[in-house]
Design a protein around this ligand. Structure first.
Ligand code: FAD
Length: 372
């Protein structure tokens, strides 16, 4: 039977980045994912924010043109509030390319990645897999997404508050318009969140997300309704791809680690509760997770795991969780019209710019170096 120091379940960005860092730190690492190909079943729009692009090495050829303009629309779609940053704020990524790059980086560091292999449970260090022989693992990393099975098996906390998102992606012919991010605040199609169009002149993503219990006609139906009149979407110049999935928005979970393993990415609730952005948090938290797991395996000291406590992170999320409750409370078209109207004033514009262009979507974490 094969034995490894760490078995990482899930080859999303969180799992691949954690595996890379653990292998860098000298650990034997196996990553398994039930997907047969990392370019299939993509669940994200792939908008990377400036802070992530500054701090992590994403190759430029996988990133689209920079987006600086955000337009916020009320339900009537009339007179959007336009916010323009003087910096490059967002880039849409070729996510199949990003996963392939992250996989190659993990393998180059020494991790092994096996696709088409599903995690089926664990007991006493023996991990059952469907599609491969069981593996002996000293430590398990749950990078298996919002509805993590690893979290349940390890007795760690699980996500309970979700948005459900769905989008279409299609190529567009360049028409010379500036890349823009259109956000429609309309609880009839996206209760608790937004309808969005991101069009960077190469690709257009058209999506909606909201609280599932308030999306009675179903997310696909609401997406079709939104897409019929979505601003800025352009005409498809090629095949239309569909993406979607749950987004945990209850904040980072409290109990994230135990002597048998830990959680990263969506499995850890590492998503900005307000913007629902999870790509920056999953990269950032994975750095700390790898340092903590490696430190624990080296010393066998349970105290090392205290560096990976969700409680401390949640405290720094308080303001964002409060704003999420306010945002989620906008349940009528009239309230949404009023909320967008409030953004027209100086204070409203400043708040919107802080949320959309600020650096605070995920708190700074303790340095990974301090853990070692
Ligand atoms: C529609 C939508 C749009 C989004 N857009 C953005 C955006 O533009 N920018 C942003 O910052 N965030 C966005 N997010 C959030 C962001 O995509 C996620 O937070 C991030 O991708 C989470 O990465 P992850 O690696 O934790 O999880 P995932 O990418 O979900 O990876 C989990 C992996 O685990 C695998 N897995 C699950 N169970 C098992 C099992 N039992 N055995 C083996 N493998 C398993 C899955 O196949 C999957 O590959 C979006 C989310 C959605 C749903």
């Amino acid at each position: 039977m094969q034995t490894v120091d760490v078995l990482v379940v899930g080859a999303g960005l969180a799992g691949l980045h954690t595996a890379r860092r653990l292998a860098d730190l000298g650990r034997t690492v196996l990553v398994v994912d039930r997907r047969r190909s990392l370019s299939r079943g993509v669940r994200t729009t792939g908008i990377f924010v400036r802070r992530t692009l500054d701090d992590f090495d994403l190759p430029g050829h996988l990133l689209g043109p920079a987006v600086r303009d955000v337009l916020v629309y009320p339900p009537s779609r009339r007179a959007p509030v336009r916010l323009t940053s003087d910096r490059d704020e967002y880039r849409l990524a070729d996510m199949a390319g990003v996963y392939a790059h992250a996989c190659a980086a993990a393998e180059a560091a020494g991790a092994r990645v096996r696709l088409g292999v599903r995690y089926a449970g664990t007991s006493d260090g023996l991990v059952r897999l469907v599609g491969a022989e069981p593996v002996g693992a000293r430590f398990l990393v749950g990078a298996d997404g919002a509805r993590s099975r690893v979290a349940r098996d390890l007795g760690l906390d699980v996500n309970r508050r979700f948005l459900i998102g769905a989008e279409t992606v299609h190529p567009v012919r360049p028409v010379g318009a500036a890349p823009a991010f259109h956000c429609v605040l309309d609880p009839r199609i996206a209760p608790g969140y937004l309808g969005w169009v991101v069009n960077d002149g190469r690709w257009a993503h058209v999506g909606v997300a909201g609280y599932p219990e308030a999306m009675r006609p179903g997310v696909r139906h609401l997406l079709n309704e939104f897409a019929a009149t979505a601003p800025g979407a352009g005409t498809p110049a090629g095949p239309v791809e569909r993406r979607g999935g749950p987004i945990p928005v209850g904040g980072v979970l409290r109990r994230l680690a135990c002597p048998a393993g830990l959680l990263v990415g969506d499995a850890a609730g590492a998503v900005s509760p307000l913007t629902a952005g999870g790509l920056d948090p999953c990269l950032r938290l994975s750095e700390l997770a790898a340092a903590v797991a490696a430190g624990y395996l080296r010393t066998g000291d349970d105290d090392v795991l205290r560096h990976y406590a969700g409680d401390a992170l949640r405290r720094r999320f308080r303001g964002r969780l409060m704003l999420r409750r306010l945002f989620g409370g906008i349940r009528s078209a009239a309230a949404a019209e009023a909320a967008v109207a409030a953004l027209r004033g100086r204070a409203g514009r400043a708040l919107a710019a802080r949320i959309l262009f600020g650096d605070g979507s995920f708190p700074d974490l303790p340095s990974a170096v301090s853990v070692r």
